[in-house]
Design a protein around this ligand. Sequence first.
Ligand SMILES: Cc1cc2nc3c(=O)[nH]c(=O)nc-3n(C[C@H](O)[C@H](O)[C@H](O)COP(=O)(O)OP(=O)(O)OC[C@H]3O[C@@H](n4cnc5c(N)ncnc54)[C@H](O)[C@@H]3O)c2cc1C
Length: 381
Amino acid sequence: MRIGIVGAGISGLYLTSLLGAKGYEVSLYDPRTPWEKPCGGGITFRTYSAFPVLDGFRSQCLAVHHMRMVAADGEYCTVSYPDPILIASRQELGAYLLTSLESKESVKLIRANVDRVVPQGRRWRLSAAGRRDSCDLLIGADGVNSLVRRTVAARFSKEETALAVGYWVEGAPEEPEVMIGFLSGLSGYIWVFPRKDHLSAGIAVRTGETTGKKLFSCLDGFLKKNLPGFEKRNRTRYSALIPSLSSRGLSANRICGENWALTGDAAGFVDPLTGEGIYYAFRSAELLFEAISCGRLMAYEEACRKDIVPELDCASSYVHRFYDPEVTARLVTLSRDHPAVRNLVADLAAGTQGYLSLKKEVLKILPGLTRDVLSGIFKKR
Ligand SMILES: Cc1cc2nc3c(=O)[nH]c(=O)nc-3n(C[C@H](O)[C@H](O)[C@H](O)COP(=O)(O)OP(=O)(O)OC[C@H]3O[C@@H](n4cnc5c(N)ncnc54)[C@H](O)[C@@H]3O)c2cc1C
């Protein structure tokens, strides 16, 4: 079986390396891999502990132990991660994953943009910068604007994406801490992710809520206030879309057919609350590899519905309530004043606390929290 994978981002590279290790004949297409994809580059504990392939990459990341959350009214608190978040340049991560293909003889990397995929009987014909190729199984690992997705299903609608704009800011970070800024009147947040020799700062909200220009001005205001020397530092702008599916979008989302499949962003697998997609890019590649290697491609969708979709579905149900400025302001003050809340927030940020069991965990800490709050109110002066 000849497999054509469009896109050598995280998902495409990881899937190719798994398939190549088993001798599958794979053609992987990407004109620019490895490249500095617009991204925070934050790799959570959940991700690096689940994928040993990342073990050799840790030394190229900045390990960050603290996160500062800033509410829209300027109140802030600092949370310590139980295990650090690793922050990396996407170009370096891509280059690292590419090295895992070097010894795989059945794998061909074709540095070309695929501009057309056409079904031909049970096979696919691909055109890539003047080349004509064919494959039996077509995989779309080609990100949020996926050509494969547009061919086999439909592109993401505006409502199914978030708009992100940001900067790569030159210079090593003085304070290696993650900064998260909450907004007033917009359903998203600002992030500042320090890397080894620069930082990635950005803002993401639901597409259509406001313009890119207004997002940049909101981000600039935050960075001027919170990032010393921001105005004097060289920076490069970026903007990008992030898949952000609602419950309805997730249940209608088709990610494979008899001879095609989608992974990572192309499949819509990004946490709609936080924009975290690196974990899902790896995980969906792994689930697809398992389905291909046991000869049951259709089992892939079933596996994702069990393993990935429930968490994303739960996250999507929190989006509107969570980004209410009153809620985020309360989250910041509660985290500042109560260690149990702070720990829960740290676990959420590290990915070790999922959304599905969040309510149960909140109920567990509630009695102590109520006691703290009430004893504060009734304390004798
Ligand atoms: C601003 C921003 C910040 C983010 N921050 C974080 C973060 O800190 N942590 C986190 O976990 N997630 C983050 N994400 C999400 C994360 O970047 C994605 O979920 C992740 O990159 C998905 O990986 P992927 O391999 O599916 O797609 P991509 O990384 O997008 O890779 C797709 C690849 O396909 C190639 N391609 C596209 N079209 C074609 C074509 N026609 N022919 C050939 N090749 C093609 C592209 O060149 C690209 O290399 C962020 C996203 C954005 C936009």
